[in-house]
Every structure is written in C-alpha cells, then in structure tokens.
Write a protein that binds this ligand. Structure first.
Ligand code: ADP
Length: 919
C-alpha cells in the first residue's frame, strides 16, 4: 500500500493538537516525517494552554495550520500581547529561545533571529513548519507549579522516602560493568509520569500514530516523562517498538532485525569509545600512526597488570602522581590516586593515568566538563556537540600537596561523590548557572572570557578532541554497522564526554560515557537535560509512520537489507568519482547517496541546540588526512589502506560526497550558519526555555510518627507470635533503614558510624569499593564522611537492584501481610525500622535482609545490643568474612588504621599488599 494513502485517515484522527506543529520534515504519512519534541509541553501551565487552544483549531479549520495557534503563539496571547500576527508565531526551536550572554538585550526577536540559525534552516527545508519569525517569549512568565505541599499536622514529619519498592521508584536503574554506563542514583530523579502527562499524550500525534518506546536497563524518569507527554506509549515486548532506549550495549540480534522506522540509542561496538581501556588503546594507536602531536588528547595511561613495566619506566622518567581507575566503571567508583606505581594493587585490571596536577580551577576548586556528543551516523560521519554542557566542581579547594591525594572531594569532580559532602551547594534556580558546585558550560565560558581567556580556542580544541576520539574508534564501529545494522538511520548515540581542562586551557579527554546520566538534581540540571533530550529526539527523528506504514515496511525488512547490499554496486561508481576525477563534471548521485544527503540536510534543520562539528566546511582540510582517500573511512590501523578493510566493504566515499554537497557552492550551502564564529557564539550564550521546566521534585510522603509507632507495635507483636518477614519485606526494611543512616551521615556526620559502615561494607564486599585510600584525621571529617556516604549510596543502589529479584506481593501463611507491612513502612522512622529488624533477628535467628535460605556460610546471628543504633553496631558481625574477596581484603588496612588513629596512605597500601602476598 503506498504510504500516502494513509494520510487522510490519520489526519482525521487529530482532534486536539495541530499535528503539523508536532511533526516535521514532511507530512504525516511521508517517509521522512518525524516527530517534534519540545520542552514547553513539560510545563503543566503551558501544556494546558496548548491543549485549550487546540479545540479552537478544529473549529477554525484543521486544514489551514497557519490560521491556528501554535503552542508559542498561545503563550503570547495569554501574556500581555493580545494580538499575535502570523509572523510572530514560530516553530521556536522546539520550545526554546536564546537570550544574550549578558542578559541585557531586551529585544528577543532580534536575538532569536540573529543567533539562531535553526529558524532559517527550518524555513528553508521543512515543508510542514510555518515559516515565521519569533519575537521570543522572554516577557512571558509562568510560575513553576509548586510541588504539592503536604498538610503538616502536629506529630507529622515530612520525610522524603521511596516507599513502594514494588514500584519503579528507585529501581529502574541497572548497569553492566561493561563500560562507562552511568545510572542515576534514584535520589535525584523523582516523580514518575503523572496521569496528567498521559492525558496530555493522548492529544498528541504520536499517540494517534501508536508510536511506542521501550526501555532496557536504563534510568527512566525524565525520559519517560518526555516520551509520555509527547504521546509515546511504553511497550515491553520483543520487537514491537519505534524507539528502543537502553542503558547497555545492544544485542546484535536486535540490531539485525530493525525495521526502517525503528531507532535505537546505541551503535554496535560503541565500547571502543566508552570503555576506558579500549578508548586509550585506540587513541594510542593513532598516536603511533599519525603522530603524537595530532593525538595528544589523553593523559598517558597504562593498562595494569599487563603494562606494569612500562608504567614503572614512565614513572622513573617523570614521577607521579597517578590516578588508578577500574577499566570498566563509572561515577568515580573504585578510583584512587597514588604517588608511585608500587602503591597499586595488581590483582585487578585497571587503567593507570598520569594525574594532571595543574587543573583549571574556579575560585580555587578543581573542575571538569561533561559535554554531550551526538553521533547520528558513522559513515558518513556526522557528529554534533550540544551547545550546553555541565561543569562539575570539587567541593574542597584544590591543593596539590601530596598529603591530600586521598581526598576525593578535592581531586575528583564526580557529582556522585561530591553530593555527599556537607559543603556541597546546589543552585536552586535554573537561571543560576554559576552558583554552587555545578555550573553550565556557557557560564564557565563567560567567566573565563571575563578573565581574558581565549574561550574561542578552548572550544575549538574541545571540538577537535571530540572529533579525534571518534575518528580513533570509528573504523571498528563502521564495520559492525555494516554487518549488523540494516538501515542507515536505525542507530544514533549520545555520548557523555568527560573533559578536564588544565591551567594552560588545554582540554584532556578523561573518558566517554555510554548512556550519560539523565538524572536531575536541580532546576539547572533539569533545564539542560530536558532541552538536551527533546532536541536529541527531534534531531535524530522518530519517524511519524502510521501503523499501516509500519506493517508495510515490516514486511519489507529483508528486501531493504538486500537493497542496502545493492549499494555495493551503486557506490563503486562514486568511489571512482572520488578517486579519479575530482574536477570532472559531477556525476549524478546514486539513490543511496541522495538519500544520505537529504537525510543529513533534514536532520540539520532539526538540530535544535546541537552544533554540527563534523562535517564542517573545513573538515576535509583538517581531518582529510585521517580518512581513507578512496572510501572516506577513518583509518586507524596501519594495514587498512588498500587492504583488508577496503576489500571487505563497499567502495564509496560518503564523507567526501556529503562534504562536497553541503559545502560546495550552491543554494543550500550550510557553510554560513555553521561557521566557527557562530558555533562559538552558540556555546557561549545561555540556554533559555520559553516556559519554565518544572523540576521534578522528589515525591514527598507524609509520615506520621504516631502512626509509625502504632504500626511498629503491631508488627513486633506479630513477630513475637510467630509471623516472619518475607525476604522482600526484610530487604525493604533494611534498605529504608540504611537510607536513614545515609541521610544522617550526610547531614550530621558521626565518626563512630562511619567506622561501622566501612567495616560492614568491607566485609560485605561485592561491587562496593572505597575509591581512594584514605587516612584518619580529625580535620578531614567532612570529606571522609562524604566518602563513606558515597560507598553506602553505591551499596544501596546495588542492594535495591538485587531486591528486585525478591519482589513478592502475595500474602503467605505465617508471614506478615503485605498491605499492613507496606503501611508500616510508609510511616516508619529510623527507630521503628531498627526495632523491627532487631526483634525479627533476635526472635527468628535468621537474617533474610542479608542472606537467602540457601546461603552456604551464613553466620550465627550476633547478639544485638539494645538501645539506639544497637542494630547498626551489630551489623558488621552479621556478615560472614568467608565471603571476603581478595579485592576487599586490601581495605582491611583502613579499618586497622582507623583504630590506630593515624597512618599514611603508602603504609596502608603496602601493608595490604604484603597481606595478600602472604596468602
Ligand atoms: P569515572 O568514570 O569513574 O567518573 P573519570 O575518568 O571521569 O572516572 O574520573 C573521575 C574524576 O577523576 C574526574 O571527575 C576528574 O576530576 C578526575 N580525574 C580523572 N582522570 C584524571 C587525570 N588524569 N588527572 C586529573 N584528574 C583526573
């Protein structure tokens, strides 16, 4: 059935919103039409206006979109401007406007038109978008919807908890240790999609088109909210999705079977970039192949234990310090800094990198950057850098004295570590971009510019670093795409690049994260990430296919795959063109090339806040040497030229083709708006949205102390009379109890509890490892508490995930009824939880919160001291030390050290080494 025949029936479905506003790059029912995502619909007030305006539209005639209020017009109308001319309405860059860096310009219209090249491009290429200008929405003010304030009664305390462990809260995250997958700590990311979101979604084209998404092992709340308000529906099934968003690498089988309209958020073999060790090896190879001066973008590194000799040699040449990182981890887990290689345990594969001792500091605090890089295609290579990034500051002022190397809150900038420091400051207003310990990239650039730094050069060097890192890893990914990805646009990937800038303003690539965290902990975070995600989705393009079209193309997937092989024949022609006759008359593009070119152009018009950094007009001049002259593929192995790779793959040169068509002379040249000047301006300006994006606050649960005490008595009685907790209930209780301990640790550090917690975690082992070796001293207690809190937080995350396996909502004979217990958990304070755990352990003699019934080496339950924190004090004794891994035993040094009350870092590590050696 031809695609166009579905158009009419589909369009008739839209009762509320004007589908033309939410679909771009073509009419619904055309192969190129994709969904539009905007942030303004996240704001309940703006959303209401959009939806309220919509019925009028059907009255005024859905066939004439220009006569209908766009979401942005609607906003204007409700503000002081009653009349909005057609030319004032706009597509408004997916709900965003831009304000001047100095924030003094009042004429937003000028700014938007001047600063935002997207408008122009949209007008030029998008058939469905009204080509009108905008005067911006700066004057419009909406109060952020206040989070529901619970009624506070006597004896009632408001505590933020995640009560229902059956529900997704706190459990949606999962990760593998395969690469730098970041997951959110449930603490920051709040509130699942409300019914309102879903109601809104029902009015959207995506809902009418039955567009679906599927999550696999990923954090979901911000993403889920965005998908739901835009009308996408979540599915669980195997292949029944339009968009698959996963936090882990893709299964090859899933990739192989993707239909034309399906999108997935990873490329195959992305680990070449996202595993610290692979990334370093790929770049090191380029250093050998192309010269150090071109690829001096990462600190010198060694993979241990294999390269220990090289490390010692390098250390003797240029002394440490060195930073030690597990090869496949993220969020500061397991990282520590040493002065010399002999302090590094050699029983685990780690990456040891030269520590950059002179980092760029803001007000004396070390900082690093998180920038977001979108690759929409590896062949041709298309890379975008998001205009806004995040700058993370360490909480403790930087001091390069070796005595401080233990201190993670001074040397590591990870939010996941620093958030536990009691001096950590979060900005509470989305407009405060240079407040506290998290800034925006644009705020940093403005700050540096004021100090006379060359921010233009800095950003060009960052672009260069990104492109070179991708070039170093691209070859393997391209060959995997050829083998496993059936359609050109199936895959896209958003990478989180972590970059450290030294005090000469040279950027160093630290790592690339697969699935960068979308957790939000402040209004600023929410603004940046919501804009990032909506822009990302619009840019990559989720096809606005009708269900009938999907069925039509589903049936054709095998034909499409074989037609992609057809490329081999077609494109050999283009290879000839590129190698033989650069100046000869232009040979018409093959069908495949035309498709690629058109898709790249349309994508560029939808790029929102993404800045295309490859290709640009000087790409070939700067990077042409790193590409194979015949097929344009980045060369990263010495023997590839004219040999293995070339003969295996098709003969074409998409990079060359794209470059000459985009930047050659012609009416559609993207040369001007993507100039260096414009790109740098875009990085420097502040990101503004036309309506506030509500910060998804943590669900506030009203706890009643009295009720908690009453229910506790009930539970204790039940336990005394023989009822027991199920595994799930016991783990829920333990998890909530440790959450309370964690909260106390961050708010009111208690040294004795730190020692107990460290002792418990050390014995428990598992995936929780102290990231640095640290010594005991009174004047460093805040940072040490932060460290312990971070370990406990990591433990809790793993523990909660393991608890999923025990979910059980049925009542069992002899067990405490589910509903009654859930109610108790809802109101229980720390002391209530402790009382139940203690009583249950004493009466039953089992510890289901730590062991399942088939545990082989379960220790006898220890006597639990009565009184406050008695359970906590007994906790380390509940863990068997048989399970202690060799890895964990090295931290025994710390425990002994705490007791002795002072040792230095070197001694700890040496002693732990000798302990191991003697085993
Ligand atoms: P993770 O994936 O665990 O976050 P990173 O490589 O991003 O690991 O490093 C964590 C932190 O350590 C960074 O925020 C940075 O501040 C610091 N860091 C990492 N490598 C270096 C280095 N070579 N020199 C100085 N600081 C570093």
């Amino acid at each position: 059935m031809p695609a166009s025949s579905h158009i009419n029936s589909t369009e008739r479905c839209f009762k509320y919103v004007n589908s033309d506003e939410w679909v771009t790059s073509g009419k619904i029912g055309s192969r190129e039409a994709v969904l539009v995502f905007r942030t303004n619909i996240l704001n309940p007030k703006t959303r209401k206006l959009i939806l309220e305006a919509a019925p009028q539209q059907s009255k005024t005639g859905a066939d004439s979109p220009s006569a209908v209020s766009t979401p942005n017009e609607t906003i204007h109308k409700t503000s002081s401007s009653p009349t909005v001319s057609k030319t004032q309405s706009n597509y408004t860059n997916q709900g965003k406007i831009f304000v001047a860096v100095e924030k003094t310009v009042t004429n937003c219209k000028e700014l938007v038109n001047h600063r935002n090249p997207i408008k122009k491009s949209l007008d030029a290429f998008s058939s469905s978008d009204a080509s009108v200008s905008s005067d911006g929405d700066e004057t419009i003010q909406y109060n952020e919807t206040k989070s529901r304030k619970p009624h506070k009664s006597k004896n009632t305390s408001i505590i933020e908890i995640e009560v229902n462990l059956n529900k997704e809260s706190g459990y949606e995250s999962a990760t593998t240790s395969q690469s730098n997958t970041e997951i959110n700590t449930s603490e920051e990311d709040h509130e699942a999609s409300s019914e309102e979101d879903n109601e809104c979604g029902i009015n959207m084209p995506a809902h009418q088109l039955k567009i679906t998404y599927k999550f696999i092992q990923t954090e979901t709340k911000l993403l889920r909210k965005i998908f739901n308000v835009h009308g996408l529906t979540e599915v669980q099934g195997d292949s029944n999705f339009n968009l698959l968003w996963t936090g882990v690498h893709m299964k090859l089988d899933t990739l192989r079977n993707l239909a034309l309209y399906q999108r997935v958020n990873h490329f195959p073999r992305s680990y070449e970039l996202t595993r610290k060790d692979r990334l370093y090896k790929n770049i090191e190879r380029m250093q050998h192949l192309r010269g150090m001066k071109h690829f001096d973008i990462v600190p010198q590194s060694f993979i241990l234990p294999l390269e220990i000799r090289d490390l010692i040699f390098a250390h003797n040449k240029h002394r440490g310090p060195w930073i030690v990182k597990p090869a496949a981890s993220s969020r500061g887990r397991g990282i520590f800094i040493v002065n010399s290689p002999d302090q590094i345990p050699q029983d685990e594969q780690v990456l040891v990198s030269k520590y950059i001792v002179d980092p760029l500091c803001i007000d004396g605090h070390k900082c690093d950057l998180r920038v977001y890089v979108l690759v929409t295609s590896f062949d041709p290579l298309i890379i975008y850098l998001y205009e806004e990034g995040i700058v993370r500051l360490a909480t403790v002022r930087y001091d390069r004295n070796a005595d401080n190397l233990w201190n993670p809150c001074m040397h590591l900038c990870n939010y996941s570590i620093n958030k536990y420091h009691s001096d950590y400051i979060r900005s509470s207003d989305a407009q405060d971009e240079d407040v506290g310990h998290k800034w925006t990239l644009s705020a940093l650039l403005r700050h540096l510019k004021l100090q006379g730094c060359d921010t233009h050069l800095l950003m060009l060097n960052i672009e260069d670093l990104i492109i070179k890192a991708v070039l170093a890893c691209a070859q393997t990914i391209i060959s995997a795409c050829r083998m496993f990805v059936p359609n050109v646009n199936n895959c896209f990937e958003l990478y989180g690049f972590d970059i450290l800038i030294d005090n000469t303003l040279k950027p160093w690539l630290l790592e690339v994260n697969l699935s960068p965290s979308m957790g939000v902990d402040s209004p600023l975070d929410t603004k940046v990430k919501a804009c990032l995600v909506t822009d990302l989705l619009t840019c990559v393009g989720i096809p606005a296919f009708t269900p009938e079209m999907r069925t039509h193309y589903d049936g054709k997937s095998s034909r499409l795959r074989s037609s992609s092989c057809q490329r081999q024949v077609d494109t050999s022609e283009s290879a000839l063109r590129s190698t033989k006759s650069k100046k000869k008359p232009v040979i018409p593009l093959t069908q495949e090339e035309q498709r690629i070119l058109r898709s790249a152009r349309l994508q560029y018009t939808r790029r929102g806040g993404f800045v295309r950094i490859f290709p640009t007009d000087d790409t070939m001049q700067r990077y042409g040497n790193f590409l194979d002259p015949a097929n344009g593929i980045p060369i990263s192995t010495p023997n590839v030229q004219g040999q293995t790779f070339q003969t295996l793959v098709t003969q074409h040169n998409y990079n060359q083709m794209l470059h000459s068509n985009l930047f050659g002379s012609g009416p559609r040249s993207a040369k001007d708006d993507n100039s260096q000047e414009n790109r740098i301006k875009q990085y420097e300006r502040a990101l503004e949205t036309d309506s506030e994006i509500p910060f998804l606050k943590k669900q506030i649960v009203e706890k009643c102390e009295e009720e908690g005490r009453r229910l506790r008595k009930q539970m204790l009685k039940k336990i005394t009379s023989g009822s027991t907790l199920t595994h799930f209930q016991a783990r829920q209780t333990f998890s909530l109890y440790l959450e309370s301990v964690l909260r106390r640790l961050t708010q009111d550090p208690k040294d004795s509890h730190e020692k107990i917690i460290i002792k418990f975690l050390t014995k428990y082992g598992g995936g929780v490892k102290p990231p640095v070796l640290f010594k005991n001293s009174q004047n460093i207690s805040k940072a040490r508490s932060a460290m312990v809190a971070k370990l406990l937080g990591d433990f809790l995350e793993l523990y909660r995930r393991d608890t999923e396996a025990y979910i059980d909502s049925f009542d069992h004979f002899g067990m405490i009824p589910t509903n009654a217990y859930s109610l108790f958990l809802m109101h229980a304070q720390e002391s209530d939880l402790e009382a139940v755990l203690t009583h249950h352990t004493n009466v039953t003699g089992i510890m289901p919160f730590l062991y399942n019934r088939c545990g082989l080496s379960v220790p006898a339950t220890p006597p639990i001291p009565s009184g406050l924190h008695g359970f906590l004090r007994a906790l380390p004794a509940m863990v068997t030390s048989y399970g202690m891994s060799r890895e964990v035993s090295k931290y025994d040094g710390y425990i002994k050290n705490c007791d002795k009350n002072c040792e230095n870092v070197q001694d700890i590590s040496l002693r732990s080494r000798s302990t191991r050696d003697s085993k």
